[in-house]
Design a protein around this ligand. Structure first.
Ligand SMILES: *Cc1c(COP(=O)(O)O)cnc(C)c1O
Length: 401
């Protein structure tokens, strides 16, 4: 999107504001499906925890996507947005048994990542097909917080426990219809992913009645200049070849599934905030903006580097700034960053604000959550109103005791 278009939206809908470019989401979706065009049965399940606005869900549904969910509330939002239960997969971790049962009752595919839950579920509901989440113990990225495939991860059932899974299946006569892995959020090296895939193929051979193999996600998108991006086209070529060979070996047609979040929506998002103050200290120039980690926590939580542009002065001379929020706590978005000259009242734009940005927002400091806008055909459509004071009071009860 152009700086002028974004500035116009900020004027129209106010700051701070999340904007999502529908065409970019479409582009990414098509990129992924094209990369795997040779696979007969391909299924993309959008990991909605990345960005769960129902208009975004609708958009992805209309593209043909399914949904990957992690809570019954996400399942309900998906159904509300028009997904049918058979297009939804539930991949929770550490939720209650009752929640898993409730979701299964809705007709949603269950993905189980714990032996005790598997045994309990298989005993009680032997007729409900279940997918199992395997932990292949492959380290995907460098960041501890976002690699979930390593040995002590809380996610998945260890590949070394497959004999135990098989015993449970035999004892309960339950039906395992899918095998799943999700190694983490940063595939830097396709070979590492393919290595993990081999482990999944090996595991899959031990189950005779599978309908699908789910390779999760972890597709990396660039956040700043010089970042590595997962080469989807190359991955598509290599994994397709392996998948087709495996299908032959397995002796029946299988669905190849993925569940990307970031890859589909990260780059489509822009977060706009107004500069309240410029503050010069002895060593730094601070740009203080009308937002904080209540609205965008990734820089503080993960150390993510979101590119920041001054869309009010895109052609200006570059200077160094430390961009900070208005929260009464340290909330630094960026240190010593080159940005075109900033004046009070300018609008700054954060890139890659589609995934894990609004969906992680809170009301800390009793601030309103921002509005969200979907940009389509040269027009901004409001898809979430900015909160109001009533929202802050909602569910609160004033008692004097
Ligand atoms: C979060 C999550 C994803 C999506 O990960 P991205 O890095 O956003 O693509 C996929 N699968 C599962 C099980 C997840 O928990």
């Amino acid at each position: 999107m152009q700086p002028t278009e974004l500035e116009q939206l900020a004027r129209e809908f106010g700051n701070p504001l999340y904007v999502y470019d529908a065409e970019k989401i479409e582009f990414q979706y098509n990129r992924l499906t094209n990369a795997f065009a040779k696979v007969e049965k391909l299924r993309i399940n959008y990991a909605m925890k990345a960005l769960s606005n129902i208009s975004i869900l609708k958009l992805l549904k209309n593209l043909g996507s399914g949904l990957d969910t992690v809570s019954i509330q996400e399942v309900q939002l998906g159904l509300h947005a028009g997904f049918t239960p058979d297009k939804i997969i539930f991949t929770p971790n550490g939720v209650s048994f009752e929640e898993i049962e409730e979701v299964a009752q809705l007709g949603v595919q269950i993905n189980i990542d714990n032996l005790s839950v598997l045994e309990h579920f298989g005993t009680k509901h032997p007729k409900v097909p279940v997918c199992i989440r395997i932990n292949p113990h492959v380290m995907a990225g460098g960041n501890e917080n976002i690699s979930v495939g390593h040995i002590d991860s809380k996610f998945g059932i260890s590949i070394y426990q497959i004999p135990h899974i098989l015993r449970i299946v035999e004892n309960t006569k339950m039906h395992i219809n899918g095998i799943h892995m999700h190694t983490g959020s940063d595939i830097l090296d396709i070979e590492v992913f393919l290595y993990a895939a081999e482990i999944l193929f090996d595991a899959a051979k031990q189950f005779k009645d599978l309908d699908f193999l789910d390779f999760g996600s972890g597709f990396k998108v660039p956040y700043k200049k010089g970042d590595i991006e997962t080469n989807i086209e190359e991955l598509g070529k290599k994994l397709t070849k392996r998948f087709l060979a495996f299908e032959k070996e397995y002796g029946r047609e299988l669905t190849l599934a993925f569940e990307p979040g970031k890859f589909l929506v990260s780059e489509a998002g822009y977060f706009l905030a107004k500069v309240n103050v410029i503050k010069q200290t002895t060593s730094t120039v601070f740009a203080g903006i009308d937002t904080g980690f209540n609205h965008l926590i990734r820089p503080m939580f993960y150390g993510s580097q979101h590119t920041i542009e001054n869309i009010s002065n895109p052609k200006g001379k570059e200077r160094f700034y430390t961009v900070v929020g208005y929260i009464c706590e340290t909330d630094t978005f960026a240190s010593n960053r080159r940005i075109t000259e900033i004046h009070e009242g300018d609008t700054l734009c954060f890139r890659n604000a589609g995934a894990y940005c609004f969906s992680m927002a809170s009301n800390y400091n009793s601030r309103f959550k921002p509005a969200e806008v979907l940009w389509k055909n040269g027009k901004g459509h409001l898809i979430r109103e900015r909160e109001t004071f009533e929202d802050l009071l909602q569910n609160q009860i004033m008692v004097e005791v």
